[in-house]
Ligand binder design. Structure first.
Ligand code: SRM
Ligand code: SF4
Length: 580
């Protein structure tokens, strides 16, 4: 973070309120010795496979979650055994670009320590699951060897910074991607706790405060930043706490529109929690980028709710204070007025699958990876295939925000070699083209068996549900119609369901809320049609809605738009633009 006075001087968030008023996590963070806690002791405690409760929270700041295998939780309880604890680790890979050396090390680590599987996330990175406590250090050291870490991938700070993958606009992608990487470094916490605890480095004295920006209590809650490059809204910029929309003239980057206060998490039966699309508050030049990040984040740092974590995301601060107030405070801290938001057009929030050529002549192949899951099955040795490609490929990989994978920057002469490998391992994009366009525009969160918050299946169930919906699509002649569908195992919204044209969020085993009417390019929230229903009701409702869509739609009309025009669900009306 910079040393701008206005941003740094306000330390009022550091325990200014009496301890008994603050949320428990606030005092825990404040007393943690800059996130060190007792993690080092927990890691060597051989009596349990778990870590101490406060350490589970502190480790999230380093991208590590304690989990247990929920498929065998009851059985272990019956046998009076502690849950089958293991850890999830999420890598910090801003903009989702990884080298082939990194891929090979990630593959090797996943095979050795992480259940022989790896998971592409909805924010363009990898997650390892099933890491045993004593393997955490070896895993993170392997990542260090290829210049990767898991710092800040979770916890109350900035999360993985997203950036549109946009393979055709090579120069613009490189420029914006570079800013995303620098943003990740800029906004990352400064504590050396990770290097000491997991990498074995010595604690050294620090001149001045260890966290000049974050202080002892860090942010009130997670804070997400993303960069979109129109016409693609693949990162779902309106779901970010702080989103930047690239504005160009004749292909040259002029600056960014600034969008604030997006966020999707909600809780059933708690109407005070809700998804919110970000408000566009103005335009900045590229030079103003990092000062703007400091200004916006410091407003949330100083005014976010530190008593009630369910109300602590920036979206609630924005609504409580009002967009005009937040904008004025950001401008005060920035020391400049924001420009008037510039025009831009988004056309989709999906991925373009298959081969495309960038303006620099290099080629990129986007593969559909269903729900981001990479593993080997007898029918499809995907993990082996991608390893073989990483061994032969001279470019990079890019993870998309839709859980797809781009074999990127392929020299034209190398394309036949990559195509041959794709064919050999059954990975070529054409095999997935046999799927409906609905499947190719689908996303599901992890949910069971690892996610502790899951109420229903998601990743393991969506593929089979889609097969059933494909029957309906075929009946109505809609197999080729790109419609976005997203499923999550609970209302937290990790696959960004509330902006999909069709969404299902888990309520209980086999039971979901069904939403319709999201915008095709992420511009509108959807609306609940059915609450807490099972598969028969879901299929019946979709059959009806899809049938009407096939018969009554106007030329070019998207399914989400139709669902609203036809009155199947009412429109959610929220202003997103604020230009005054
Ligand atoms: Fe998420 C919590 C997985 C993207 C909103 N999310 C979790 C945890 C860590 C469960 C937990 O707290 O114990 C999940 C771990 C499951 C597992 O076993 O791996 C989890 N979230 C994921 C991932 C892996 C889903 C996926 O299948 O790809 C995504 C990782 C992204 C990354 O690389 O950083 C993921 N999570 C999201 C998104 C989408 C986004 O950011 O673009 C959202 C909605 C946007 C937002 O934040 O508003 C999201 N996750 C949540 C929430 C609700 C936050 C809220 O404001 O209420 C939680 C619960 C919480 O934080 O208390 C949560
Ligand atoms: Fe877990 Fe819920 Fe997120 Fe799915 S949406 S990964 S079930 S927290």
């Amino acid at each position: 973070m910079t040393t701008k006075t206005a941003v740094e001087v306000d330390r009022s968030h550091d325990l200014s309120q009496p301890l008994e008023v603050l949320g428990r996590d606030e005092t825990m963070k404040a007393n943690s010795d800059q996130l060190r806690g007792t993690i080092d002791i927990s890691l060597i405690d051989e009596i349990t496979a778990a870590v101490a409760e406060d350490d589970t929270k502190l480790m999230k700041f380093f991208g590590i979650y304690q989990q247990d295998d929920r498929d065998i939780r009851d059985e272990r309880r019956r046998q009076k055994l502690e849950p089958a604890y293991s850890f999830m680790a999420r890598l910090r890979i801003p903009g989702g670009v990884c080298t082939t050396d990194q891929w090979l090390k990630i593959d090797e680590t996943a095979r050795e320590h992480c259940g022989e599987t790896m998971r592409l996330t909805t924010r363009q990175t990898f997650q390892f699951h099933y890491i045993l406590k004593h393997d955490l250090r070896p895993v993170l050291r392997k990542m260090r060897d290829v210049l990767l870490d898991t710092k800040g991938a979770c916890g109350d700070g900035t999360r993985g910074v997203m950036s549109s993958v946009n393979p055709t606009l090579s120069k613009l992608h490189a420029e914006v991607y570079d800013l995303a990487v620098r943003t990740s470094e800029h906004a990352l916490h400064r504590t050396r706790a990770y290097d000491e605890i997991f990498l074995g480095e010595e604690r050294k004295p620090v001149d001045g405060p260890e966290e000049p920006f974050y202080g002892k209590q860090y942010m009130p809650r997670k804070f997400k930043i993303g960069f979109a490059i129109p016409p693609s809204n693949d990162i779902d910029v309106y779901s970010q706490d702080l989103g930047f929309i690239a504005i160009t003239r004749n292909g040259e980057l002029q600056g960014f529109n600034v969008a604030i206060g997006g966020g999707l998490g909600r809780t059933d039966r708690a109407p005070e929690t809700y998804p919110r699309l970000a408000s566009v508050i103005g335009f900045i030049t590229v030079d103003q980028l990092f000062d703007t990040i400091d200004a916006v984040m410091s407003v949330q740092r100083d005014y976010g709710d530190r008593v009630n974590r369910a109300h602590a995301r920036f979206k609630y601060t924005v609504d409580d204070k009002g967009v005009p107030w937040i904008k004025a405070e950001v401008e005060r801290r920035l020391g400049a007025k924001l420009g008037r938001a510039r025009k831009y057009t988004f056309t989709s929030n999906g991925d373009q699958l298959g081969w495309v050529t960038g303006e620099d002549g290099r080629e990129h192949c986007t593969l559909f990876i269903e729900n981001g899951r990479i593993s080997n099955t007898p029918e499809r040795p995907m993990m082996d295939g991608l390893r073989a490609i990483a061994e032969a490929h001279t470019g990079t990989f890019r993870m998309t925000p839709n859980q797809s994978l781009i074999i990127s920057e392929v020299e034209p002469g190398d394309r036949p070699k990559i195509e041959a490998l794709l064919q050999e391992y059954g990975l070529e994009p054409s095999t997935r083209a046999q799927s409906s366009a609905l499947r190719l525009n689908s996303m599901a969160c992890v949910a069971l068996p690892t996610c502790g918050l899951a109420m229903a299946e998601s990743e393991r169930y969506l593929p089979e549900l889609i097969t059933k919906i494909e029957g309906l699509l075929a009946t109505h002649g809609l197999t080729e119609e790109p419609i976005t569908i997203r499923m999550t195992g609970c209302p937290n919204g990790c696959a960004r369901p509330y902006i999909a044209e069709i969404a299902l969020t888990g309520r209980a085993p086999g039971k979901y809320n069904l939403y319709l009417g999201g915008g095709f390019h992420g511009q509108r929230l959807n609306k609940m049609l059915l609450e807490n229903v099972g598969e028969p009701q879901i299929l019946e409702a979709l059959d009806d809605a899809l049938g009407r869509y096939a018969a009554e739609r106007e030329p070019g009309e998207r399914f989400g738009d139709f669902a609203i025009r036809a009155g199947i669900v009412p429109e959610v009306t929220e202003g997103r633009f604020f230009n005054d």
